[in-house]
Design a protein around this ligand. Sequence first.
Ligand code: PLP
Length: 400
Amino acid sequence: MTSSSDQIFLTQKFSAHNYAPLEVVLAEGRGVWLWDVDGHKYLDMLAAYSAMNFGHGNPRLLAAAEKQLKKLTLASRAFYNDQLGEFCKDLAALCGMQKVLPVNTGVEAVETALKAARKWGYEVKGVEPDQANIICFENNFAGRTISVVSFSTSSSASAGFGPLTPGFRIASFSDIATVERQIDKNTVAVLIEPIQGEGGVLLPPAGFLADLRKLCDTSKMLLIADEIQTGLCRTGKIFACEHEGVTPDMYILGKSLGGGIIPVSAVISSEQVMGVFTPGTHGSTFGGNPLGCAIGREVMSLIKDERPHEHALQLGDYFMTQLRALNSPHIGAIRGRGLMIGVDIRKESGPAKDFCKALKKHGLLCKDTREQTIRFTPPLVIDRAELDFALQGIKQVFSK
Ligand SMILES: Cc1ncc(COP(=O)(O)O)c(C=O)c1O
């Protein structure tokens, strides 16, 4: 089942590779253009919900995948894996932490972090058996498994899937006092998206993350940053937490960690937190597979060499300034960081979905989130001329 806003995309077949051979996609497409099966060309302003941060058909990532495909793709977990060790070492270093647990999809990594936090609560904090609770936020999105939809505040995510998993509490994303009120002796963690993506590109108030960090320290709770959408350069820093100088106790990464080629996700934390997992307590057939790890390693190497976060910061500022200069009567707030930008459409102008449909006619692929917001998250390899192309289309749609 899909939401009505997905229909824009489902009614049309998109392909980076079917219409044009890969060489054309790379030469002409630069990793930011897509063609539909009828040959129409579109600028990708969504980047597969930030799973395509480094562009379609990124040559470095394709080469790493191809090289590994010819060697070893999946090893039984107890046997030789030529990539896993180095992948974990690189990822731990990127995050400034010690331990990495690789899984596959984003939601699986969120589940892994929740399990780690609960076990840490029982074994390290001394919470009474089966009494742990975790604080989450209004408008959160962390995936679609039963435990994760159990703390969703959107009834369409959880309705019909009960009984739901207990042990979650909800606080306001804009009021630290509401977090304080939810804490008791059994609170083991706070789970936060540093910028809520699906929630409408919502930023917490300045200082909120830093306040949370302090609260977690004083109340002996783990701060878990779900950077599945914000992480890996999207917001102008490698991690969005860096904007507030905050280091969480656990990072959760996914989406672009697999380069848009294969699902790769991971939880990254300290020796003490991850040490709660002992053989037999957690695992996955595909987690840490050599192919995914080889691509993930190349993603990290690309970040080091090309510093896409710096490009995202510059172009994001440019794009937001230009959007503000439109002074469109249809636009309410414009907010974001780097190339993660939300544009609110005024209620009286109609739903954001209608604007996305109109933008598509101007060769732009973007998507609404939460009825009144358009999210612009292009691949980070986009250049200024391409953003100007997007702005031209946006100008035409929003001046009507
Ligand atoms: C912040 C956040 N967490 C978790 C997820 C779930 O990731 P996946 O769809 O790979 O399970 C998403 C997906 O959009 C997300 O944006």
